[in-house]
Design a protein around this ligand. Structure first.
Ligand code: SAH
Ligand code: SF4
Length: 442
């Protein structure tokens, strides 16, 4: 979502003449988009600000550099950032990005705001989506599109409900219009985003629209060939959504469905409101609807009170479900969340040891999944150049990177590729048309 938000911030600033640069040392405006989900991500901000302070001081041309902090750290710790890092001119939370042009202009004016007036952190998602520019500078055949923001679930470890605010779903008409404009620019694959994307539910002139119905509408847009959505909560996986996986070919057979833990005791303490068994049954229903469905997940090790037996229950669940890919994290204490003040915190050494065991299992499943695709033929959407001329890299339906010899004319298009090998992080394949031509000349 931060990638999407960064693009939208660039779109918002473009009318004022701002263009992107890869070199912060040349920038008039440096905008840092931040993540608050774990302590490590959050701390990175202050080290980045230290570097920017030195860079600003050493700037030979004496240019007036504006430094702005956006994202969830801005939302959660805005006042502290202003106090701790005087180099920062402006702090803007995720629900105020539509105000960026005005905020940046004010901060670059003769009388810039000071103290708390440098902070914009109100919760106004509706105004944001209404006021951000309609047009997007889409580049390439894949794009993100935020449909939902915020969270009402309050998992005991998580800051999202506090930083992103309450659940908000954008009107379906606005999303369809944004998707249509993306498709006109050559986008073939859209990933719908939300902190709780499958809780999407918006009113429309024809009555309420849920995620499954929204995807069916998006799939009708000429040019939109692939749809994905992330991140989903197991409890919002409706029958209609499961049916969409079975019936709607544009919906890709790959689902990010975090479970966090395989222990019912820990799931309860996490306030996840479902059991491990319920999750496994849900996966079975999804796979019955779409047999080639692959899963990815999120796991937390070392949540307060997690015993060796709880952790092993997580390993058991992973063995039962099998994942094509996963993200795993050591539990990180986040200020203001219920679990942060729990007495039974797990020692760091135990977290490190469990994370290593978890990753070993997940990595073996990922590699097995990749190997299982060798010899199969799958549609690949080509999205960037390979290392060598005549090589393109594309995405499989399961989000794997696939390297293939292919002419540039196939960029942005989908072609059938036979998978011939696996590397550590990608697959190698041969285009079916190319193979047919070679066979004919042999
Ligand atoms: N809404 C999604 C997750 C959003 S946060 C869901 O409910 O599944 C993305 C991931 O970050 C979470 O799935 C979780 O695994 C991880 N995460 C969130 N807070 C964390 C914390 N305090 N410590 C470690 N990992 C955390
Ligand atoms: Fe955080 Fe996801 Fe739980 Fe919401 S549902 S509180 S975003 S982990």
């Amino acid at each position: 979502m931060n990638v999407y938000d960064s693009e939208r911030m660039a779109d918002a600033l473009a009318p004022d003449g701002y263009v992107q640069t890869d070199d912060a040392a040349n920038a008039d405006l440096v905008l840092i988009n931040t993540c608050h989900i774990r302590e490590k991500a959050s701390e990175k901000l202050y080290s980045d600000l230290g570097r920017l302070r030195d860079m600003k001081a050493e700037r030979a041309d004496g240019a007036d550099v504006t430094i702005a902090v956006a994202g969830c750290v801005a939302q959660a710790e805005g006042a502290e950032i202003i106090r701790r890092a005087p180099v920062v001119d402006l702090v803007v939370g995720p629900q105020s990005y539509h105000r960026l042009p005005e905020l940046v202009a004010r901060s670059r004016s003769a009388a810039p705001p000071a103290g708390d007036d440098q902070l914009a952190a109100a919760f106004e998602p509706r105004a944001k989506f209404d006021q951000l520019p309609k047009d997007r500078t889409a580049t390439g055949p894949t794009a993100f599109l935020t449909v939902q923001e915020g969270c009402d679930k309050f998992c005991a470890f998580c800051v999202v409900p506090y930083t992103r605010g309450a659940e908000f779903s954008r009107p379906a008409e606005d999303i369809v219009a944004e998707a249509r404009r993306l498709a006109e620019k050559g986008v073939r694959e859209i990933t719908l985003l939300g902190q709780n994307v499958n809780a999407y539910r918006a009113g429309s002139p024809d009555g309420p629209v849920e995620l499954a119905a929204l995807m069916r509408r998006l799939a009708e847009i000429p040019g939109v060939e692939r749809l994905r959505y992330t991140t989903s909560h197991p409890n919002d996986m409706t029958d209609a959504l499961i049916a969409a996986h079975a019936e709607c070919p544009a919906v890709m057979p790959y689902l990010h469905l975090p479970v966090q833990s395989g222990s019912d005791r820990i799931l309860k303490a996490m306030n996840r409101r479902h059991t491990a068994e319920a999750y496994v049954r849900l996966v079975e229903r999804l796979r019955a609807a779409r047999p080639d469905l692959a899963l990815s997940g999120d796991f937390i090790v070392g949540f307060p009170g997690e015993t060796e037996a709880d952790f092993e229950a997580t390993l058991d669940l992973i063995r039962q479900v099998t994942y094509a890919s996963a993200f795993s994290f050591k539990y990180s204490r986040r200020p203001g969340t219920p679990a942060a003040s729990a007495a039974d915190q797990v020692p760091e050494t135990v977290k490190t040891e469990r994370l290593a065991r978890l990753n070993e299992l997940l990595e073996s499943q990922r590699q097995a999944f990749n190997r299982s695709k060798v010899g199969t033929v799958m549609p690949i959407l080509f999205e960037r150049q390979g290392r060598h001329p005549g090589q393109l890299i594309g995405r499989s339906p399961w989000l794997q990177s696939v390297w293939t010899e292919a002419p540039d004319t196939l960029m942005g298009q989908i072609a059938q590729v036979e998978i011939t090998g696996v590397g550590p992080n990608s697959l190698v394949g041969k285009r079916i048309e190319a193979r047919a031509a070679a066979d004919a000349s042999a």
